[in-house]
Design a protein around this ligand. Structure first.
Ligand SMILES: [Zn+2]
Ligand SMILES: [Zn+2]
Length: 134
């Protein structure tokens, strides 16, 4: 689930029928009209983003409903699909353990190995760095 660009520059705009299907799930997120792909930029295969985390009931653990789509956003292969999560953990067992948050078998690096693209706007200008850090 990302309303911000993570790495891959592909974004999905949900269709009315997809929004209503997502709205019918017992989900933990507000349904967003548009989400960014959460895979690493330049990945192979379709784009993926978690469209909703579903609470689950009784013996059913919470699960993720993913949206996936091809480079032709409205072309074949576009679907909402339940996928298992990648089990990789960074610093497994530590307090600062971080999950991958990508689907099982995803292409590219794990989610904790890359972040949002850095632009000039994210970097402090030289004079400010000198003022505060020298
Ligand atoms: Zn992508
Ligand atoms: Zn992973």
């Amino acid at each position: 689930m990302s309303v911000y660009q993570v790495s891959c520059p592909a974004r999905i705009l949900f269709l009315p029928e997809e929004l209503s299907a997502l709205g019918e799930l017992d989900g933990g997120f507000d349904v967003e009209p548009s989400l960014w792909c959460t895979l690493e930029a330049g990945h192979a295969g379709p784009h993926h983003v978690i469209a909703q985390c579903v609470r689950g009931s009784g013996p059913t653990a919470p699960w993720d409903m993913w949206a996936r789509w091809g480079d032709d956003e409205y072309g074949p292969g576009r679907e909402l699909v339940r996928l298992d999560a990648c089990p990789a953990k960074f610093l497994k067992g530590a307090v600062s353990e971080e999950g991958c948050h990508l689907p099982l078998g995803h292409p590219g690096r794990h989610g904790y190995e890359f972040g949002p693209p850095i632009t000039a706007a994210d970097v402090l200008p030289d004079w400010l760095v000198r003022r505060f850090f020298e």
